[in-house]
Design a protein around this ligand. Sequence first.
Ligand code: NAD
Length: 298
Amino acid sequence: MTADVIDGKAFGENLKLGVAKQVAVLKEKYGLTPGLAVVIVGEDPASQVYVRNKNKSTKAAGMNSYEHRLDDTVTEQALLSLVTELNEDPAVHGILVQLPLPKHINEAAVIDAIAPAKDVDGFHVINSGLLATGGKGMVPCTPLGCIMMLKDRLGSLSGLDAVVVGRSNIVGKPMAQLLLNESCTVTIAHSRTRNLAEVVKRSDIVVAAVGVPELVKGDWIKKGATVIDVGINRIEKDDGQGGKKMRLIGDVEYDKAVQHAGAITPVPGGVGPMTIAVLLKNTVTAACRQAGIDEPEA
Ligand code: NAD
């Protein structure tokens, strides 16, 4: 048995097309152009790449993109003032502050300063609380995209055994909550979990969000299970010519897992490429809610 490969790139592209269609309707019918403001502090190379891609994709979907680049010496107060300005700007429907922030800035204070209705990353405590209590908040992009891929693949998730490996606030916990909301029986595994292999072996759905290369072994995967690998790990490999090259791998031992799983996301090309598409989708959702109109069909 070889698993079907879930193509996150195609999934993301399809989602982006749907968002562009929604934006066209919003512009024509309501004169509403959703706007996303992205704030980046400092010169972190990975963050620069993410922000460039977000800006490009936002514009390609027909939305307004507002980029705010701040020096890494900016004070917390100045950053908070910018967030307040964006909260009050009616042209801005979504605000994203790219993490990580420099050490002298309190990340939690900045996230909590974002108006929950504009918090398209879904990190604000109000939004975490709404997700936990079945309310209508903004949901973090990566887990939301994972649940969309799972439902696309499996239809109803009701009654399935799911394990989420990793308990971070931005991926693991919201992922577990979303699976619970879909009526899965959910286990959250973490660094202190005693027998990870056993937990994974009984799971119909495995979501790995750890940041440890190939932590989840291929032969732990139950026959036919669906595996979503969120991990992004950069490792050095021999290039076969006496040199080294960088390679991206996930948290799951992919080559072996494909022999057991029913479906699996690869790294790269799985979860990563659909995350930006979900951010755009969240911006449309936020814009519609702020305008008090129903979200157009995608
Ligand atoms: P994090 O470091 O905040 O959390 C990692 C979690 O893994 C922790 O809860 C920890 O308890 C758990 N963990 C650590 N070692 C473990 C072990 N040996 N066994 C079981 N659990 C263990 O990381 P994060 O922000 O949640 O990100 C996780 C991974 O997902 C990273 O590789 C990150 O790059 C990737 N990521 C990808 C996307 C995407 O769009 N594809 C988005 C966010 C994060």
